[in-house]
Design a protein around this ligand. Structure first.
Ligand code: NAD
Length: 337
């Protein structure tokens, strides 16, 4: 169905989930404006218009939200555990500015609906101290004690969304993502998350023949992981629903990080040797309780970890192979030049 009259904004459209969401919304027939400080790194955007804007700045948020009906706010300064456990001031400063300015600009420009991408990182550390934790329900968020500044900003912006909805005409929707992974996401450089990092390490192991890979911590820390196609489907279903409270969006199958590495190794078709090294691990265990997700959306994420990781691994192995080839060509040019 063509929905040319409906103009939507995706912020963070140069990033991983934002890029996939733009493609999804284009397929649904929306006119899409993408905004980010950078263009998508691995594929061309399908957005009708793509603006390079720094959303920490108020005037840029006004430009981004002009003549827009619905906003999908995904822009954030973020990364995997290595990044978010060591850049608290930068993350809190940047994300507060991005979130508060984007929300207020959307209201001022008369948008009708607003989606905010929150995170499982808002849940209190004291509920996540064991590997075999109880899945987190939405109401477990309080009394609040997120582990990192990243989670505190998400929690405050969740509240802000609720207040805007109560006190004005802007309807807000909030999803708490639980570890989203898939192709076309950052896989090196320090901001990559565990699934991409493990795919990269296993691909290097396969392509070099050295099958030992490093794992941060003892490998027994647990998480659940959700494939990006399920994530964008869930975002869209939530946006179309009448549910104004924060909602978990993730899978509820909990695995250890060692278990995750084994699934990636299976996808690669190799045996790996794990070497456990000190490194940031985040909370000890985390899983999503999807009871409310199923009730509200009549749907839960369905793509299996094996299937999703096989697709992700195949893409990252290609990327790693290309990068290794480029390094080899550069090294031989230096040697001969
Ligand atoms: P990402 O880093 O790939 O995308 C975020 C994008 O925001 C990046 O492209 C970045 O350039 C952009 N951005 C940063 N600062 C900006 C600024 N000042 N102005 C404009 N754009 C700016 O991350 P992602 O994985 O696609 O995550 C999307 C959203 O979902 C984020 O809000 C993130 O916090 C949230 N989230 C993601 C996960 C996950 O597992 N991927 C989990 C929980 C929450």
């Amino acid at each position: 169905m063509i929905r040319m009259s409906e103009r939507v904004l995706v912020t963070g459209a140069g990033g991983f989930v934002g890029h996939h969401l733009v493609s999804f919304l284009k397929q649904k027939g929306y006119w899409v404006r993408g905004v980010d400080v950078k263009r998508p790194e691995f594929a061309t955007t399908e957005a009708d218009e793509f603006l390079l804007l720094d959303l920490r700045r108020w005037e840029n948020c006004l430009t981004a939200t002009r003549e827009i009906d619905e906003v999908y706010a995904l822009a954030a300064d973020m990364g995997g555990m290595g990044f978010i456990s060591s850049h608290h001031a930068q993350i809190l400063h940047n994300n507060i500015l991005i979130s508060t300015h984007t929300l207020e600009a959307a209201r001022e420009n008369g948008a009708s609906r607003y989606f905010f991408s929150s995170s499982a990182c808002i849940y209190p550390e004291y509920r996540q101290t064991e590997t075999d934790v109880a899945p987190l329900k939405e109401e477990d968020a309080y009394p609040a004690e997120p582990q990192d500044a990243y989670g505190w900003e998400k929690l405050v912006t969740e509240l802000l969304c609720g207040y805007y909805a109560q006190e004005g005409d802007l309807q807000t929707r909030v999803a708490r993502f639980h570890n989203i992974y898939g192709p076309l996401g950052t896989w090196r450089g320090g901001r990559e998350k565990a699934p991409a990092a493990l795919c990269r390490k296993v691909a290097v192991a396969k392509l070099t023949g050295d099958h030992e890979i490093e794992i941060w911590g003892d490998g027994q820390q647990t998480r659940s992981f959700c494939y990006v196609d399920d994530c964008v489907e869930g975002i869209y279903r939530l946006m179309r629903s009448d549910h104004g409270e924060p909602l978990n969006l993730g899978q509820d199958r909990m695995v250890t990080i060692d278990g995750l590495a084994d699934i990636v190794a299976d996808a690669a078709g190799i045996e790996i040797v794990k070497r456990h090294v000190p490194g940031p691990q985040g909370v000890r265990g985390r899983n999503s309780d999807n009871t409310r997700l199923a009730e509200v959306l009549g749907w839960t994420p369905g793509i299996s970890l094996e299937d999703g990781l096989a697709r992700t691994y195949a893409w990252i192995e290609d990327e790693v192979g290309r990068a290794m080839e480029e390094e080899r060509v550069e090294a031989s040019a230096l040697a001969t030049g």
